[in-house]
Design a protein around this ligand. Structure first.
Ligand SMILES: [Zn+2]
Length: 410
């Protein structure tokens, strides 16, 4: 049980309110109150003095809807200057040169970097089974997706399906899957994953419409990806995902840089979320993200850092600031919602993280802001990467945030 008081509290409905208290019990939020009289009544009812954090704005932790912490060890080793297919090849070669323990240390380092920036929940994609042990013991909220792909090789299709079943048995976390992308997962594997997802009610994430090369291969059957993947299905990726039964409210698609007309509306109708990764977008020097198409269609939008193989930091504050730079017309409240409630919904964790609602995890972050009024606080939170001076996971203050294990190469 506990009462946590701060100069400002970011209420879900009202925005920043002065002098607020978050009431926490057993790691969950009970309620948020503000103003001296309401706080006094709460203190009397609970019979406990609030722990006063002083200056700053107390917020729900940020939610990173797309990460590959297993690739943290590759930070700084790749370049986004060349073609996308060349980047994939480079990534696979660099990853093969890392030992499992280097990759595992990277996972811990990446998680620590997220916490440093006020991110308390993450959608992590595991390709190599390196991040599951971390995810199982992490005090963060982790949606762990098991990645599957067969890259046009029929021999790998069955193996990939078996892998999902084994992973589901091995983990104490709710199983979730990530068919890698419609160009790297055969229609047979997509169909098999669709059946598993439907039977198990599994959360799903899929890279979709990320690059020109992907669209060229899927729609026309040509381009550099055709050399590695064999014959193209010559179908839009979204049709393949939809036909496999993988388009629904528990699915989030990632990137969506090249939707064809009508696709944003299909996402909205299915209740499917879209995750944008501003840092990765910048890394590859891509054209402006077509955010307005998704907004107009009413698609739930989320933000993610992606990995250090295509980004220079794992910091959701920076992702918000990058988005505001390129979309200056976007309201700060909307950008904040993408990095909190929108990302929570994308991970099928709505109401559990990214909000200060009753029943949500008490994952709280105190950001130091210079603003003295509620109007400019959201502006500062989303554009100025304010420092984090206190962080709580399930109501427990992280006095020393979890560091990488001994032997860290940090
Ligand atoms: Zn990714």
């Amino acid at each position: 049980m506990g009462l946590i008081r701060a100069q400002w509290v970011l209420d879900d409905e009202r925005g920043p309110v002065a002098d607020g208290v978050v009431h926490v019990e057993q790691g969950r939020i009970v309620q948020v109150v503000s103003g001296a009289a309401s706080i006094r009544r709460l203190v009397d009812a609970v019979g406990e003095k609030p722990s006063d954090l002083g200056s700053g704005v107390l917020c729900p932790g940020l939610v990173n809807a797309h990460a590959h912490l297993e690739l943290t060890a590759l930070g700084g080793r790749l370049s986004g200057d060349g073609p996308f297919a060349a980047w994939i090849g480079h990534l696979l070669r660099e990853r093969a040169e890392c030992t499992d323990s280097e990759l595992a240390r990277g996972v811990h380092r990446g998680a620590h970097e997220l916490l440093d920036g006020g991110t308390t929940a993450v959608g992590e994609i595991s390709s190599l089974a390196i991040s599951p042990p971390w995810a199982e013991s992490s005090p963060m909220a982790v949606r762990l997706y098991h990645e599957c792909l067969d890259a046009g090789d029929r021999a790998r299709t069955r193996e990939a399906l078996e892998g999902v079943r084994e992973q589901a048995d091995a983990t104490s976390l709710m199983p979730a899957i990530s068919p890698h992308a419609p160009f790297s997962v055969s229609p047979d594997l997509l169909a098999g994953l669709g059946v598993l997802a439907k039977t198990g009610g599994l959360p799903i994430t899929i890279h979709w419409a990320e690059s020109h090369e992907e669209q060229e291969y899927l729609l026309q059957g040509g381009g550099p990806l055709a050399e590695h993947l064999g014959p193209s299905p010559r179908r839009p990726g979204l049709d393949l995902i939809d036909e496999a039964g993988l388009l629904g409210p528990r699915t989030c698609l990632v990137h969506g840089n090249h939707p064809v007309p009508g696709e944003p509306e299909r996402l909205a109708a299915a209740g499917t979320s879209l995750v944008h990764c501003p840092g990765t977008h910048r890394y590859f020097g891509r054209d402006t993200f077509p955010l307005e198409l998704y907004r107009r269609a009413g698609v739930n939008l989320a933000l993610g850092t992606d990995s250090l193989a295509s980004n220079t930091a794992l910091d959701m504050r920076r992702e918000m600031a990058l988005l505001r730079e390129v979309q200056p017309g976007l309201a700060p409240a909307e950008v904040w919602a993408m990095a909190t409630r929108g990302s929570a919904r994308a991970l099928d964790l709505e109401g559990q993280v990214g909000c200060l609602s009753p029943g949500a995890r008490a994952d709280l972050v105190l950001f130091q802001v210079e603003s003295g009024n509620s109007e400019s606080i959201l502006d500062e939170l989303t554009a100025a990467s304010p420092p984090v001076t206190a962080l709580f996971l399930e109501g427990c203050r992280q006095e020393r945030m979890p560091r990488a294990p001994m032997g860290s190469d940090r």
